[in-house]
Design a protein around this ligand. Structure first.
Ligand SMILES: Cc1cc2nc3c(=O)[nH]c(=O)nc-3n(C[C@H](O)[C@H](O)[C@H](O)COP(=O)(O)OP(=O)(O)OC[C@H]3O[C@@H](n4cnc5c(N)ncnc54)[C@H](O)[C@@H]3O)c2cc1C
Length: 384
């Protein structure tokens, strides 16, 4: 395969860099560091104005029909710059799912709002007792005429305090197998009975507990068939495949190098070795990601390639951030505004941020199982 950017993607990359230079200011980054919101309304609206919230969508839905290479360029720049992006990612994912399984009304009323930046959406899959085993969800959905009544609790509903809808997995029938009685909904967050409570995380990201007490959802906001929620989840989960963190690894390496230069430690062979290993892992991660992007662009079916990106880049980020933090020694605790402190603080931040990358969008153990099953053809190890 050809690992170079296509000429179109290279041109797009230059446009994307200029856009980030113009719209991502230090204040936005500082606000994100303070709140961990993963979303900045003004930046999101500027992105929408350029047509890049749903840049890969057909023009009739407000997109620009950008290909997989161009989408990778945009995604990587978000990571490299540390730009708030969680809610952009979840919104895009739900929009893409609606494009596949949504009704005509949902496409007509929701997709233009997503592409124009007016509508943002969180994922409400996980529950206190259903994370990796997401099909064990217990949040209940009961039909009442032309509405549904939702009761229950979700865990880790990132962005729920800011978004317009929760893309919710609920149990509509508890009498059969656990994947049989599930139904998906878009729950408006301004509904009576909905509440989001903050959950701060080690990585600085704010996520939420979300509560549903007799929330009424009109039937037109049901996504997919009644009791057919698992089919919708399969589409949504397949779209999450191929996430990688090589952009974060590049930034970690750059900041650690900056520290070594300022601290006068570049001649130290132990420092050089750790920096080299981080650069190497960032490069390997990027190549794995580019392979997945290339396969998507070529329309080739992905088997283990997506989970390989997620597994390698998250585990390498955790290992490298830990190793670089050790290298910094007491400098990692320095917060007095000395010459090395901004770079040292960045490395310290990455050590915390990295931990979550091996959990959300599927843990490392689940990625290993997928590689074993889909890539190596080994028997399924999980029950249910
Ligand atoms: C910062 C953050 C943001 C998140 N954002 C969202 C969000 O927006 N929406 C949402 O719905 N969810 C979100 N999640 C939830 C995330 O998807 C789950 O945390 C994840 O799926 C793991 O589920 P769990 O936490 O219940 O752990 P569990 O599934 O209970 O796993 C506990 C441990 O057991 C291991 N394990 C579990 N099952 C198996 C198995 N079959 N084989 C081998 N090992 C196994 C896991 O790998 C893990 O090490 C977020 C999580 C975090 C940390």
């Amino acid at each position: 395969m050809d690992f170079r950017l296509t000429p179109e993607a290279q041109e797009f990359y230059d446009e994307v860099c200029a856009f980030f230079d113009e719209h991502l200011d230090a204040e936005t980054i500082a606000r994100e560091e303070r709140t961990g919101d993963g979303f900045d309304r003004a930046f999101h609206e500027a992105l929408a104005e350029r047509g890049w919230v749903a840049a890969d969508w057909p023009k009739k839905f407000g997109g620009q029909e950008r290909d997989a290479h161009e989408m990778y360029v945009l995604d990587q720049e978000f990571l490299r710059r540390g730009c708030p992006r969680n809610t952009s990612v979840t919104t895009g994912l739900v929009g893409n799912t609606l494009r596949v399984v949504g009704t005509e009304r949902q496409k007509r009323e929701l997709l233009p709002g997503i592409a124009s930046g007016r509508i943002v959406i969180s994922l409400g899959y996980s529950e206190p007792q259903a994370g990796s085993d997401v099909a064990a969800a217990q949040t209940r959905a009961r039909r009442e005429g032309d509405h549904w009544r939702i009761d229950g609790q979700k865990m880790f509903t990132t962005g729920a305090h800011l978004t317009d809808y929760i893309f919710l997995l609920a149990r509509s029938d508890a009498s059969g197998g656990k994947r049989d009685g599930l139904t998906m909904f878009l729950v408006p967050t301004d509904s009576e009975g909905f509440e989001a409570q903050a959950v701060p995380t080690l990585g600085g990201e704010r996520t939420n507990l979300s509560f549903y007490s007799g929330v009424r959802v009109p039937d037109w906001l049901r996504v997919g068939e009644v009791d057919g929620g698992w089919d919708v989840m399969k589409v949504a989960l397949s779209l999450e495949q191929g996430v990688g963190f090589s952009g974060s690894a590049e930034t970690l390496h750059r900041r650690a190098l900056e520290w070594a230069e300022r601290a006068g430690r570049l001649d130290d062979p132990l420092v050089r070795e750790r920096l080299a290993r981080t650069a190497l892992n960032a490069e390997v991660g990027k190549l794995l990601e580019q392979r997945a992007v290339w396969m998507t662009a070529e329309g080739r079916p992905m088997r283990a390639e997506g989970p390989m990106c997620k597994l390698f880049t998250s585990e390498a980020l955790i290992e490298d951030a830990g190793s670089l933090l050790d290298m910094l020694g007491p400098d990692a605790l320095e917060s007095g505004g000395g010459p090395t402190s901004p770079a040292a603080a960045a490395v310290e931040f990455f050590q915390r941020y990295a931990q979550g990358t091996a959990i959300y969008a599927g843990t490392s153990e689940i990625m290993r199982s997928l590689i074993a099953e889909q890539g190596l053809g080994l028997p399924r190890s999980r029950s249910g």
